[in-house]
Structures are given as C-alpha cells and as structure tokens.
Write a protein that binds this ligand. Structure first.
Ligand code: FAD
Length: 469
C-alpha cells in the first residue's frame, strides 16, 4: 500500500530539513517552494536552504554553548542541514561557518536526488486544501503576503505579527538583586500574580540623565530598504522616546510610580526600569517597554548603565524588523500542530524561533512528528533538558503570555540559550563550591552533558560510551 505524501510549503532551512526527516522515515514528501516563480525581498537565488544574510551557524562548541549543543543534537538526529554545513565548512574559529552556495547546492542536490521527495516550484497562496491532510508550513519570516493573510485570517487577527519591535531579554542570574527588588506596581496582584512579579532597577536623577544622553548619542541600526514598514506608536523604541523629550521615558516605561525600593525605602527613585519574567522556568526576564534599535554592541554598553544590570548577560538583544511569526504558545500544540486544524503543522522561524540553526531544528522536529503521525506511531517530544526540547518548549509552552499588556505581543522570537533549560547546580570540585566564571562554565558543561544523554535516549540511540565501542 502506498503512503500518502506529506506536503511541505517552503524550502528554506526548516522546510528542507523537515522534508529530509519525513523522507528518511520512509514517507513521501511534496515540497512546494515559490522561488523560481516568485522571489522574496531577501533571497537572491532559487537554491533551497539559502542563507539570506550571514554565513554562520554560530558556535560549534557543544560543551559550553547552547547553539553548539543544538548542532550536536541535530547531527545525532541525522540532520541534512548539519551534514551539508559540515561538508561545506569554511574557517571561522570556534564557529561553524559555511560556503553559502556550496551549502545550498548540497541541500538542493540531496533533496532532488531522494526518491521519496518531489519538489514543485510554485507559490501556495492560501491555506492548504483539505485533501492535504498532513502539511507543514515553513515559509519563514518573509512568508508571501497572500499566504500570510490566509494564516492570519484563520488564526485570529493579531496572531501573526507582521512587524515587531523586540525588547532585550536578560538571564536572571546576571541581575544584581542587592540593587534591584521584586515588586509589582502598586503591589497589584493581578490574574495569577503575587504582587511581586517584576524586578525593579532604580535610578537617581543623575543616572537617568546620563542614561538618556547615552541613548541620544548611541548609534542606531539602519533600516534595510525593504524594511519600509513604519513602527506603530504603542511600540516606540526607547531612543525615539528619548528624542521626543528628556522626560518622556520617565512618564513612559521608566515611570517610578507605585514602587518602593526595598533596599532603600525612604528614597524615591527618579526613574525605574522594570523587568518581567519571560519563561516559566524563571530564568529569563524581559525589559518592559524597552524595544530598541540601538546597534547591538552599543545596546549592551548603554543597558549596563542601569543600576543592577552592570553585569547583565543578554539572552537576546532588542531589535526592530519585519518578522512574520505566530503567537505559537496560544496556537500550537506540543507537536507544532495548529490546535484548530489537526494535521497542519508549522516549522521554522514562523513559529517564533530565530536563526538558521534553530529554524532547521524546528523543521527537523516537525518532520519527525508528521512522519510518526502518518505512520500511526506514537509521537514522542524531546525532553526539555535537551536543546531540541528547550527550544520546542519555548515555542509551544514555556513562555508566559502577558495578561497585563493585552495590546502587546509578548511572545518574542528567540535563539536557543541556556535560560530555556531547567536550572542545574554547578557540580562541586573536591567538595568545594566553584565561583565566578569557573562556576558558570561547570554549570553549562553539566547541562550539555545531561542534554546529550537525554537526546540519545529520546532518539533511541545507545549511550555515547557504548556507541564508541
Ligand atoms: C533580512 C534577514 C536577515 C537574516 N539574517 C540572519 C542571519 O544572519 N543569521 C541567522 O541565523 N538568521 C538570519 N535571519 C533569520 C533567517 O531568515 C532565519 O533564521 C531562517 O532563514 C529561517 O528559516 P525558515 O526556513 O523558517 O525560513 P526561510 O529560510 O526564509 O525559508 C522560507 C522559504 O519559504 C518560501 N516561501 C515563502 N512563502 C511561500 C509561499 N507562499 N509558497 C511557497 N514558498 C514560500 C521562501 O521562498 C523560502 O524559501 C535573517 C532573516 C532576514 C529576513
């Protein structure tokens, strides 16, 4: 009996990997890619898995770097993107950088040569027809407008963000809680809250003036020509607010009202920066109302002027760019399936991950889930202790959707990072607790070792020591 094909829309990083995984499971694939018929504002070729900007897959260090760990897990899972990347590597220190044409050509050739994969060059202009009972949409941040509109119409008007401002996100353990304190404005408890839901960073007048000046002086990222979309007023970057007047921020996201400094209750702060918990694990906090288009290096310097954030480590920096992505935590089930339309999955950057490697990883998972479903097998999702599971959990369940700012989309695309993993204590060395950098490195090594053991088990592979024999 022949198996019905799975349709994949979009042959970018995610769609190519998804197609490979589905076909590797023995299920036929029809991959629909519009380039060749219609281009995008960023792609330059008709090649599958084209890298639109940098040629880097970032760090390849699987011991102390979260994206390096994701590389390792993808290699274990037989990733096409990783094997084509490895085969087309160019020197880049500890990073995995690739010859972009060689890489894209290799992916295209291997997909074209696979007997179970058919590639159709066409634009899909609406939701898949009902007889495509299993489909993966992997059309990326530059999804063609008519399909984007159809997805928006079916998932709810504000579910698909067409353009967004992004505020930075900080690792909790890099925030100095001897300076900052937990408190909600006016101790408001709110739905599901405790009255202590925000971290507050106080500023005196001198610090505030210096901060505003640094914002005004800081170098801003230029918009690309194709990013002509205006930002909307409720979501202005902090440096644009600063340009409107020195006091604007103090009356906006930095207002000090309703807050009492727990470390210094008799002195009223002149301004306060608030951070809100960003993930269920409580390891990440986002800067409330702090969307910015300052250049990344500049952003780190300016934001570290904020009292309590002098040593802040950023899980992601702010930015302002066109980005088509779903409000996935409210729309997708844990297997990336649209809850309102079983059989329709999403993969890649459109689900709210960010980066080439993360997009391909989510394509890999969507492909495996769809193939298992087609073959009537139980779908097993990766444990949250793995990079696969941590990223998937961020997209489909780990993120806290903000109740107090219903007008804003609080779910933000993110690269994989250690803040998405369950916390692990750094192991002691000879009975002694480690400190500083040594402690951070030991903690990361413990997390990556746990991840690789759990990933092998999830994939049904023998433990590493046994496999090496
Ligand atoms: C300008 C820009 C610069 C970026 N720079 C970087 C960077 O330097 N590093 C990094 O890691 N990430 C970068 N990104 C993010 C990067 O795009 C993603 O990480 C990655 O490409 C997303 O993979 P994807 O498969 O989800 O989407 P894509 O790789 O964009 O693939 C989507 C595919 O779907 C096709 N498609 C779209 N609509 C339709 C349709 N209706 N019918 C059929 N096919 C369709 C497109 O042609 C495309 O081939 C950048 C993004 C942009 C927009």
């Amino acid at each position: 009996m022949s198996t019905k094909p799975i349709h994949i829309i979009g042959g970018g990083l995610a769609g190519s990997e998804a197609a490979w995984q589905v076909a590797s499971a023995g299920v036929p694939v029809i991959l629909h890619e519009m380039r060749g018929v219609r281009g995008t504002d960023a792609h330059k070729t008709d090649g599958l898995a084209e890298l639109v900007c940098s040629n880097s897959f970032r760090s390849d260090d699987a011991e102390t770097n979260a994206v390096g760990l994701l590389h390792a897990e993808m290699r274990l899972a037989g990733s096409l993107i990783m094997s084509a990347g490895d085969a087309n590597q160019v020197p880049a220190g500890g990073a995995l950088a690739v010859d972009r044409d060689g890489f894209s050509n290799a992916v295209t050739a291997r997909l074209e040569a696979h007997p179970l994969i058919s590639i159709v060059r066409e634009e899909i202009t609406g939701l898949p027809p009902e007889d495509w009972d299993q489909t993966i949409i992997a059309t990326g941040p530059l999804t063609a407008p008519s399909l984007a509109e159809a997805i928006a119409a079916s998932t709810g008007a504000d579910a698909l963000a067409f353009f967004d401002a992004i505020a930075p996100i900080i690792h909790f353990d890099s925030i100095d809680m001897n300076v900052c304190w937990f408190q909600s404005r006016y101790d408001k408890v709110g739905p599901g809250g405790t009255g202590k839901d925000y971290i507050n960073c106080p500023m005196d007048k001198e610090q505030y003036d210096a901060f505003v000046q640094a914002l005004l002086d800081g170098q801003k990222a230029e918009f690309k020509e194709w990013e002509g979309t205006p930002y909307f007023d409720g979501c202005l970057p902090i440096e644009v607010m600063a340009e409107r007047g020195r006091e604007t921020l103090r009356h906006g996201p930095m207002k000090p009202m309703g807050l009492t400094n727990a470390h210094n209750p008799t002195v009223k702060a002149y301004a306060v920066v608030q951070l809100r918990q960003d993930n269920a694990l409580g390891t990440l906090y986002n800067m409330v109302g702090f969307q910015t288009k300052l250049k990344h290096g500049e952003q780190v310097n300016v934001l570290r002027m904020i009292p309590g954030l002098e040593n802040a480590e950023f899980a992601r920096l702010g930015g302002l760019h066109r980005n088509t992505y779903l409000n996935s935590p409210t729309l997708l089930d844990p297997t990336l399936q649209l809850t309102s339309r079983p059989g329709l999955r999403f993969a890649g950057q459109i689900t709210g991950c960010e980066g080439y490697v993360e997009s391909a990883a989510i394509g890999l998972l969507a492909g495996r889930f769809a193939a298992a479903q087609r073959l009537g097998q139980q779908i097993s999702t990766p444990p949250v202790t793995t990079a696969f599971g941590a990223l998937l959990n961020h997209i489909t369940g780990g993120h806290i959707v903000s109740d107090d700012e219903p007008g804003k989309r609080s779910f933000q695309p993110m690269n994989v990072n250690f803040g998405l993993f369950p916390v692990m204590e750094a192991p002691k060395v000879e009975g002694k607790r480690l400190r500083g950098k040594e402690k951070t490195v030991a903690k990361k090594k413990a997390m990556t070792a746990r991840a690789l053991v759990d990933c092998r088990a999830w994939l049904g592979l023998a433990p590493a020591a046994q496999a090496a024999e």
